[in-house]
Design a protein around this ligand. Sequence first.
Ligand code: IVH
Length: 673
Amino acid sequence: MERSEAAARIAELTVELHEHNHRYYVLAQPIISDQAFDALLKELEALERAFPDLVDDNSPTQRVGGDITRNFPTVAHRYPMLSLGNSYSREEVAEFVERVQREIGTVTFVMELKYDGVAISLTYQDGRLIRGVTRGDGEKGEEVTANVRTIRSIPLILRGADHPALFEVRGEVVFTRKQFDRLNRQREDAGEELYANPRNTAAGTLKLQDPKEVARRGLENFIYGIQGDRLPERSHYANILRAKAWGFRTPDPARRFIAQASDLDGIMAFIDHWDSQRHALEVAIDGVVIKVDDLDVQAELGMTAKSPRWAIAYKFAAEQATTELRQVSYQVGRTGAITPVAELAPVLLAGTTVKRASLHNADQISKLGLHIGDRVRVEKGGEIIPKIVGVLLEARPVNALPVIFPTTCPECGTPLVRLEGEAQHYCPNEHQCPPQIIRRIEHFVSRKAMDIEGLGGETVEELFKEGLIANIADLYKVTKEDLLALGKGWGEKSARLVVDGIAGSRSIPFERVLFAIGIRHVGETVAKKLARAVQSMERLAAMNKDELTTIEEVGPVIAESIVDFFAVEGNRTILERLREQGLRFGSDPSEVVQVGDRLKGLSFVVSGVFRNFSRDGIKEAIERNGGKVSGSISSKTSYLLAGADMGPAKRAKAEQLDVRVIDEDEFTRMIEG
Ligand code: IVH
């Protein structure tokens, strides 16, 4: 393609993709499918690869994260980023309102949610995002533009033409509860310590050097201010709502995310509403902000040394309740980490019934001086899981016994170890401690790992307890007859599903196998990077710490964990057995080794989606068994392998050429006999 032609197409795709992005992330009204969006994005990526000098900083491709940021330059804010005076009582809010009315007379107030995240300032020049800067000390902050570009609800190129030529948007970067939970589930899968608090995690994420990782984590942004010399309106409220037309996701008055009032009653009604409704929001708020609406009145009121005199924050009290500590139980995780959990008498707190509270580690237990039977104060602050913040000593039963952290594993009795500098205790008996083995197998079969259908947590536990499996490699020797012999609800269909699922997992790509085997600290992302960098299990096993740390995303902790993993003979034995079972131990598809010749001389066309195979996986299964895969149906095609959603045109063509159409089950029978 000619350069000029490419430039025109890039411009066209840019407009189109930004539009679809806006419809999806801001309006929540997409008009094309995810696949169609991806196809357009891929086209743009290909053009940008071919003409790298045509890549724009605000290209839709930057949403998935550009190059690593080496350092974040410090830049001065054009308008200082102020902080708000906090009030914790309604009296203080009333004093604020009275003071404003005394000085000015009747004014309009705007009430907003006080989002609990980190502040960001976004500068737009001529309708384009040119800079994203953290609050820093309020005068100057760190420039994190590449990371900000990955936040989908922040427009990179504005719509319309009536926005100021140069202005700043102020907002809060947060994790929604859903995204935060998702992130923590991934960390759990990777055997990593969970994040306790969305606000701190959002702050840390905004300062990551790899924008791709930032993109993966899925930050969100809520805007609450506009700064500029030539704003379209003299009302804060009106300016905020105007920004909607420019492509920002603005707070919805219909849902009372923003409102106006002219007196204290109106303000209090807003506070009352959100004090009781805040738990239903998709994002955490820690209060309500009250601002004078008129920008000229704001200027007249001015500011004190630290904060504006035209605004105040009303902070909700962190909700607390008291209840009885019934017991402390100790959970053993996949990596052997022991987590103490407080078992409480059920109590209503922040909209949910709380029965358990996290007790991070032994130090925390001794700091609180916990005794069984104590009345404890539990609090739900920014944290998702409630925590115990204190003990009501006067209510302690006379003969209450102190909580003593165990010295041996509650599941297998092995003496616990505590690594230097770490707060956590571990059970080192990784190859025999039942919950560790069960969790590892559960992780191996989970959706993001080997994705073995029909094998959930309970089934894994059952197979382990019945002695059918003692490790991940044993899964591949389980037969349908073994399962049927268990009785207890196992039937032809459920047994078949599991056995087929296990068989199908042989085609799972190497990067997921690497994630599935459960090396500590090797989560999904790291596994991908490793797979790409080393291409094979042998090479990975042979690498030393120094070699490993040259790989992107791999620091000394991960490197050591990988070396340690391959140093354990038990792990090497299991890997060898998995290799013999035909699992993919390399990235290169040309490395597909033929293991059988049941499909020798046959050629297949594959179409549609399958239950037990990915599309690539089923093609590989054909090749592994000596068959050939071709892209289009001809008279030489032996079979059309049809999955769900196959188009009618393919079927018609097959009938016309007298090519036999088979489904997944028939195919599975062909390769398994
Ligand atoms: S207005 C001069 N409005 O709370 C006014 N701030 O200390 C400056 N925040 O750093 C802030 N929601 O990060 C404002 N609706 C809202 C807010 C909000 C959250 C944060 C912001 C600021 C801190 C106030």
